[in-house]
Ligand binder design. Structure first.
Ligand code: CA
Length: 251
């Protein structure tokens, strides 16, 4: 099963067999740390943990984990600061960061994109989907997860730092969900995403209700894309994909 889900060009395959990957959990809710530790260890990861931001940062620098699960609200140094410091340190800047945020925190819309996290999950969350996302993150080469903050594809520019989307010179007013959907689709053009995956990437909650609302968001997104609406293609029986136009077709 692992071989099938793995992208064909994955350099870490060999290394993975020889060495366990290390995950650092920085979270002040001890019961959550326990649950995560237990489940990740069962999946074969080396797991270390810290319950405040300062200790977490220290452990990130001393152990150089492959991935950090980082809570946003932390004692001593909060998750945003930890994230920034991890990113600004050359030793740790390529560490993958999965941010945990509480559902009530409005900032969750911007956290993942502006602060350098690779992905984020809102609490409360289910363990299985979380592990699925951790594995997906670990499969992506680190440079692929972060090198592009601006996508420029088929006349559509998506800037995840400023959260701005432009079609030609026209700036689109997208909702945070529409933005995330577009970013997810455009980042891997040609790849089909199921509604479930898109839901996952846009938010980790209320599975049944959201599956249908994905269609609503996609419809709204297409309307805003106007003459580029066809870039978001419906894949029958699957979901959606970003289908770039051939270069010649871009004026
Ligand atoms: Ca917390």
């Amino acid at each position: 099963m692992r071989g099938q889900t793995r992208p064909p060009h994955n350099e870490s395959t060999l290394g993975e067999c020889m060495k366990k990957q290390t995950i650092l959990i920085i979270e002040d809710e001890r019961s959550l740390v326990e649950v995560l530790t237990y489940n990740l260890a069962k999946e074969g990861f080396d797991v270390i943990s810290a319950t405040d931001g300062q200790d977490g940062l220290r452990k990130a620098q001393s152990t150089l984990p492959e991935l950090v699960i980082l809570d946003l609200m932390l004692p001593v140094i909060d998750g945003l600061q930890v994230c920034r410091q991890i990113r600004s340190d050359p030793r740790t800047q390529h560490v993958r960061i999965l941010m945990l945020t509480a559902r009530s925190e409005e900032v969750d819309e911007i956290v993942g994109f502006n602060m350098g996290a690779d992905d984020y999950v809102t609490k409360p969350f289910k363990i299985r989907p979380l592990i699925h996302r951790i594995k997906a993150l670990l499969r992506r080469p680190p440079e692929e997860t972060r090198s592009k903050d601006v996508l420029n594809i088929s006349g559509v520019e998506v800037d995840r730092l400023s959260h701005v989307v432009r079609v030609d010179a026209r700036e689109l007013q997208l909702t945070p969900t529409e933005f995330r959907l577009l970013w997810t689709l455009a980042r891997q053009p040609g790849r089909s995403f199921s509604r479930h995956e898109l839901m996952d990437s846009s938010r980790g909650e209320d599975a049944n209700a959201l599956e249908r609302t994905i269609d609503v968001h996609i419809r709204a997104l297409r309307q805003k894309l106007e003459n580029r609406a066809d870039l978001i293609e419906t894949v029958r029986g699957v979901g959606y994909r970003f289908r770039p136009r051939p270069t010649a077709a871009i004026e």
